[in-house]
Structure formats: structure tokens, C-alpha cells
Design a protein around this ligand. Structure first.
Ligand code: ASP
Length: 316
């Protein structure tokens, strides 16, 4: 069985000149750490669902990605976090949305999945669930970073002068996600996000919606998306890709390209990572860049932010 692991850190990548080389190097190092965390589990025969949780957790702790620490601000100047996880073997899934105090939202989504029912908890109920499970909770201010504060200020100005539609992908959004195939051929996907900058309080995107921003089903594929969530929900992106593979016999590459083409027709930023039952990996996007990475079958870590893919050593 081919082990596989791929991650993304969102398609809201900054243009190259807007960060120093040291900052880009740190973002790539954080991607590599996320891959190592997931691969350590997979290479010891651990389940795909644990690997995607571990990889997402590392990215939630990095200020470079819009999830956990470093999440976008909503219109009220708060952070509201969405996350979900799905096990392709059992179709078990867990999700939380509009949470304000869970340090690592993916841990709460996984705990909910293990509990089995309900599948999705919102806002204060999600925070209370995490607390009850002994998962770390923090003040909402923990998630704030200077970069996201600047993004909110610039989106507020754009809103006033009517140029919000021209904002760069980096100003607007980002997400983190992971997909994996384990030694037993089981698939899993996980996604976590702060949503988009200046989103209305209470807005929920695609990331916690099973079948939209996150989907995994053995024998078909596992998908984690990034981009304008409203369209990912309308097209049921994760489920649509799995259905094109199951019912139309498309390859993973063809199925993801077909769905990405439909999203792109709306002139929205979009990207995803996906893996199929054979361990094939794709990471397509239609923006200037997408934080992304994967481990090749020989165990080598690959990371990228824009066009160039860099090797970052052996995964385990
Ligand atoms: N999909 C996320 C959302 O709509 C944002 C993103 O991936 O950039 O909440």
C-alpha cells in the first residue's frame, strides 16, 4: 500500500516581495514540520485520521497560516474558528464552527468525531465541549497577530471606498488542511480555518462542512479545500470530486481539475489537496500561490509557496 500525505496552508499566499526571505523560510519550515508530524504516524503504521490531525495541529500553531494562532479577524474584530475531520474508512466525522476559545480547533473536531454524535457543534457549545474534553482553551486574543490586524484594517478601508473585491487573496483569507492514505489503504481529511478577513460575525465557511471543504471516503479520495467557502459549499467540492471518481471513473487529477475549473469560472481564489485510494496526490490551485507540501513515496518532503517546489529532507 502506498502511504501518502499532502497538506495545504491556504491559497491566500502573499506575493513573494511582501515577506522577507527569512519569513518565507519559516513558513516553509512550518509546512515541513507539519508533514513530519503526520508522516511519523503513517510510517509507524498509524491511522490516516491521526496523521491529518497531527499535521493540521502543527499548522494551527504557526502564525503563517490562517487557522488557530494567526487566524483572520471577523468584522467585529474577533476570531471565529471552523474545523472538521473525516475518517474515510467509517465515514465518521466531527466538526466545530464559529468557536472562539479552542486553541487547536482540530482537536475538538476529532474529539467530537470519536464521540460519534452530534457531528457539528457551533460557537459557545463548541467551546464548552472542548473545555469539557480537557482540550486547551484560550482567550480570543491569543489568536491575534499583527499581520491579520493589518489585513482587517485594510479590508475595512476597502469596504468604505468600495474596493473590497480587488483585495489580494492574502488580505482576504487562508486555511490549513491535510489528506492522507495509511498502510491499510484508509483515507482521511482534515481542515481548519479562521475564515476570511472581515467576515460577518456568525458566518460559517466550507471548512467545517463535510462534503464541501472536507471529505474522505475509502476507495474514492480524501479532499481538503481552500478558497471562497461559499462556492465550495455550493459545489459540494469534496463530495463532487469523490463522485466524479466513483461514478464517472475519472482519475483524481481529472476530477479535481474539472471541479477547480467550475470554481474558477466564478473568478474566485480556490485550491485543494487530495489523495486517492492508490496514494496519488494532487495540489491544484488557481491563485498566485498556495502554501502546500507532500511526502513522496521515497519519504522525501516537498514544500512550496508559489511556483518553485523545494526539497526539505527526509520525513522520518
Ligand atoms: N475556505 C475558507 C472559508 O471560506 C477560507 C480559505 O480557505 O481561504 O472560510
Amino acid at each position: 500500500m502506498t502511504l501518502a500525505l499532502a497538506i495545504h496552508g491556504g491559497c491566500g499566499t502573499l506575493p513573494k516581495p511582501e515577506m522577507t526571505e527569512a519569513e518565507w523560510a519559516q513558513a516553509r519550515a512550518d509546512l515541513a514540520s507539519a508533514l513530519r508530524a503526520g508522516w511519523t504516524i503513517l510510517s509507524k503504521g498509524g491511522p490516516a485520521v491521526d496523521a491529518v490531525e497531527a499535521a493540521v495541529r502543527v499548522m494551527e500553531d504557526s502564525p503563517h497560516f490562517n487557522a488557530g494562532y494567526g487566524s483572520a479577524f471577523n468584522a467585529d474584530g474577533d476570531h471565529e474558528l471552523d474545523a472538521s475531520i473525516m475518517d474515510g474508512e467509517t465515514l465518521a466525522a466531527g466538526a466545530i464552527c464559529a468557536a472562539k476559545r479552542i486553541r487547536n480547533p482540530i482537536l475538538a473536531a476529532k474529539a467530537l468525531m470519536l464521540r460519534g454524535d452530534p457531528l457539528l457543534l457551533t460557537g459557545p457549545a463548541a467551546d464548552a465541549f472542548a473545555e469539557h474534553e480537557g482540550i486547551d482553551t484560550v482567550d480570543n486574543a491569543y489568536f491575534s497577530t499583527e499581520r491579520r490586524r493589518k489585513n482587517l484594517a485594510s479590508m475595512k478601508i476597502r469596504e468604505l471606498v468600495g474596493t473590497a473585491a480587488e483585495a489580494s487573496e492574502a488580505e482576504k483569507h487562508g486555511t490549513v488542511g491535510a489528506v492522507a492514505c495509511d498502510t491499510r489503504g484508509h483515507l482521511a481529511a482534515a481542515t481548519s480555518t479562521g475564515g476570511y478577513t472581515n467576515k460577518p460575525a456568525g458566518r460559517v465557511g466550507d471548512s467545517p462542512i463535510i462534503g464541501a471543504g472536507t471529505y474522505a471516503r475509502d476507495g474514492r479520495c480524501a479532499v481538503s479545500g481552500t478558497g471562497k467557502g461559499e462556492y465550495f459549499i455550493r459545489y459540494c467540492v469534496g463530495h463532487e470530486i469523490a463522485s466524479l471518481i466513483a461514478y464517472k471513473g475519472l482519475s483524481l487529477a481529472d476530477a479535481t481539475q474539472a471541479v477547480l475549473a467550475e470554481l474558477s469560472a466564478h473568478e474566485i481564489g480556490a485550491g485543494l489537496v487530495a489523495v486517492d485510494a492508490e496514494g496519488n496526490i494532487v495540489a491544484p490551485f488557481n491563485t498566485e500561490g498556495m502554501y502546500r507540501g507532500w511526502v513522496s513515496p521515497d519519504g522525501l518532503i516537498h514544500v512550496a509557496t508559489h511556483g518553485d517546489v523545494e526539497l526539505a529532507g527526509q520525513a522520518a
